[in-house]
Design a protein around this ligand. Structure first.
Ligand code: ATP
Ligand code: MG
Length: 696
């Protein structure tokens, strides 16, 4: 039966392939995709291929099929992984996490929703109101976060432009009683600039298409989307798969039901409107070469109203800088060019803070308040984060994203590969050392204190003189030129793909990526004039004021330089890695079958790359070299002694010998090894057959 199934639909678990070659792997994956078998396993890792069509495999009937079953008992499904993570958490009171990775459009966010749906469906059977409230918030928060954090890109109509990690806290009964969302590096450059064919964040279009005429009038938004600079650059306004009007309503309803006050909701939308207005501001130099706002008479009062401040203050913050020099305070006028740069920085910073504020506002409502009544909580973490990015032009953002993927790969190696090998050693099992690439050396290249790329970059930002991006590259060449995973045109003149004085290349575990240093220093400094912070801190909108606490600092006070974007990101990645490392991990590896969103095309080359980036062959080799299952002798005896009718019930010797006798009697000896304390079973099939014998 299992044999027939695998002939028709391919092997459900890649571990069972006859040969471990990329060819065999690809053939199997393709066959399964064509037969709508979008899920497969590599041991406990789920490989998921985006079907690009609605499949009828996520209903309640399916949920029931996978409840409380071992992964190998049913055909591969993401529900099985969700159930395994849930059971481990509940039965063993062990924190678990589910790490979902893959490139843009591979199906990570959809996978995380399927997992949430499963967890929601199998919990709170006793219908407690508080648990229902928490579940509702966890599910509804998605609509809000997607509105403000997702955008239409050329790769994905609903692309998450931020990383998300969510901890769900469960009480001793296994019901969700709280949670916490962590957000990582929102792509804020999108607020002021979009590539052809792409849009700004959904929220902008939701407001323009969904708000009532009165609201739009109140916000002075009387133009068409096409006429607003911050949302028209991609020349894309409508997306087939998206109804902005419906989504606006859903977003507002979600904010309402989570408990955002009317005041908060109104301030949020006013902020979004203010950003739209900022985009249309124009500056000109007057005869003293000082910036002035073109049509300031109408534009500035509009902005002032939306930001809860005065027109004269808005004007001052946009056109002047107040600096403290030698104990006195002086006002310096901007040139038009600087004023224009400043308002872009302001728009990006306001949106970024807004997003973070929204996340923390959601967190407030699900934070565990009454720890004592729940006892000790156990956690399932779900990570949905950007995959490896290699574009034609890679900048600071790609460096951060790819660094994040190096960290996750490092964790994967640490947790899965290394621990696996160490356990065999500990148990005295013969093990052929399998060769794998440890990417710690690349993590170090990027993050090491004083020596790594991020440190060199920070040093460049600290220098008060005029350090240029090109000088930064020179320093990197000097300090990293000999590193096995770094090169530039100066250190390797033969590599014509790079430009002199502009590009450097990191040999990532997933492949070589050429980065252009242009803009690195500026993006890392991530400066916002103090004048803007003061302006927003003095807003009459409470939430705006709360977002900008630094604005209260006195001008003459010597303020500490805020941490750089790179330093903040590095700290957040280290903290994330620590959070994940403390949990038992489950992995979902998502694959995008083609670039044309087709449900029938399997693009071998594109998929092949992803199989490489995700390290799936390495994963499979370790899994094959290793053992799919292991069980303490005592537990094994409890579970399977009844299947060996000759040995039992008369046997009363040592546990290990007892297990040996069972294995010999049932004929599985070629597929197992006996460790000091545990039995190791090589293939899932054996476990399946043992299970079958049990039920016979
Ligand atoms: P990004 O990194 O850009 O956020 P992602 O990996 O989160 O990408 P998703 O947004 O989850 O990608 O998926 C992209 C699109 O693919 C979805 O909007 C949906 O149309 C389709 N899709 C993904 N998974 C499934 C699925 N299981 N069933 C049907 N369609 C799917
Ligand atoms: Mg996503």
């Amino acid at each position: 039966m299992a044999e027939q199934e695998s002939l028709k639909y391919g092997k459900g678990d890649f571990v069972l392939l006859d040969e471990v070659t990329k060819d065999a792997f690809m053939k199997n994956l393709k066959l399964r995709f064509e037969k709508e078998r979008i899920y497969s396993y590599i041991g406990e890792v789920v490989v998921s291929v985006n079907p690009y069509k609605t499949l009828n495999i996520f209903g309640n009937d399916k949920i029931q099929e996978y409840r409380m079953r071992e992964m190998y008992e049913r055909p591969p499904h993401i529900f099985a992984l969700a159930d395994a993570a849930y059971r481990t958490m509940k039965r063993r009171s062990e924190d678990t996490c589910i790490v979902i990775s893959g490139e843009s459009g591979a199906g990570k966010t959809e996978a995380s929703k399927v997992i949430m749906k499963y967890i929601s469906a199998v919990t709170n059977v006793s219908k407690q109101a508080e648990v229902d409230r928490v579940k509702d918030i966890l599910l509804k928060s998605n609509a809000i976060l997607e509105s403000f954090g997702n955008a239409k890109t050329n790769r994905n109509d609903n692309s998450s432009r931020f990383g998300k990690y969510m901890d769900i806290d469960f009480d001793f009964k296994g019901d969700p009683v709280g949670g916490h969302i962590f957000n990582y590096l929102l792509e804020k450059s999108r607020v002021v600039k979009q590539q052809e064919g792409e849009r700004n964040f959904h929220a902008f279009y939701q407001l323009l298409n969904g708000a009532t005429t009165e609201t739009l009038k109140e916000f002075h938004l009387n133009k068409k989307a096409e006429d607003y600079h911050f949302i028209n650059q991609g020349k894309c306004f409508q997306v087939k798969a998206i109804n902005d009007k419906v989504d606006y309503k859903e977003n507002c309803d979600a904010m309402n039901s989570i408990g955002f006050t009317p005041d908060e909701r109104s301030s949020i939308w006013k902020l979004v409107a203010a950003i739209i207005h900022l985009g249309n501001l124009q500056f000109a130099d007057d005869n003293r070469e000082q910036a002035t706002v073109v049509h300031g008479d109408t534009e500035l009062p509009n902005l002032a109203f939306l930001l809860g401040t005065e027109a004269k203050d808005v004007k001052k913050a946009l056109c002047f800088r107040v600096v403290a020099a030698g104990g006195s305070v002086v006002e310096k006028a901007h040139h038009a060019k600087d004023a224009s740069y400043g308002r872009e920085a302001l728009a990006k910073a306001m949106y970024d803070r807004l997003f973070t504020w929204i996340v923390s506002r959601i967190n407030d409502t699900i934070e565990l308040r009454d720890m004592a009544s729940h006892g000790k909580c156990t956690v399932i973490g779900v990570l949905d984060i950007y995959g490896f990015e290699i574009f034609d032009n890679n900048s600071f953002e790609q460096l951060c994203i790819n660094y994040c993927n190096e960290k996750l790969q490092q964790l994967f190696i640490e947790l899965v590969l290394k621990q696996e090998q160490e356990e065999y050693k500990k148990e005295g099992i013969q093990w052929e050392e399998i060769d794998y690439f440890n990417n710690k050396v690349i993590c170090d290249l990027i993050e090491q204190n004083r020596k790594g790329i991020l440190s060199i970059l920070d040093e460049g930002c600290r220098n008060i003189g005029n350090v240029s991006d090109q000088m930064l590259l020179q320093t990197m060449d000097q300090q990293l030129g000999k590193h096995a995973h770094y090169k530039s045109r100066l250190t390797d003149p033969s590599d014509k793909k790079m430009e002199f004085h502009r590009d450097f290349c990191i040999k990532h575990y997933a492949g070589d990526v050429i980065y252009s240093v242009s803009g690195f220093l500026d993006k890392n400094k991530d400066n916002l004039f103090q004048d803007f912070k003061r302006l927003l801190f003095n807003s009459s909108h409470k939430i705006l004021k709360d977002m900008w606490p630094e604005g209260k600092d006195d001008i003459t006070k010597v303020t500490q330089r805020p941490p750089t974007a790179g330093a903040l990101f590095k700290a957040s990645m280290i903290a994330l890695a620590e959070k994940l490392a403390a949990k038992k991990p489950f992995y979902v590896r998502c694959i995008k079958p083609n670039d044309i969103k087709s449900s029938t095309t399997f693009d071998d080359k594109r998929v092949g790359h992803q199989v490489d980036y995700l390290g799936l062959m390495e994963n499979l080799r370790v899994r094959r070299a290793g053992f799919a299952f292991r069980m303490h002798y005592k537990r094994f005896l409890q579970r399977y002694k009844m299947i060996a009718t000759k040995t039992w019930p008369t046997y009363n010797g040592d546990e290990k010998d007892g297990v040996k006798a069972i294995i010999n009697e049932t004929g599985f000896s070629s597929d197992v090894k006996f460790g000091h304390t545990k039995l190791f079973i090589r293939t899932p099939k054996t476990v399946f057959e043992l299970e079958q014998k049990r039920t016979e």
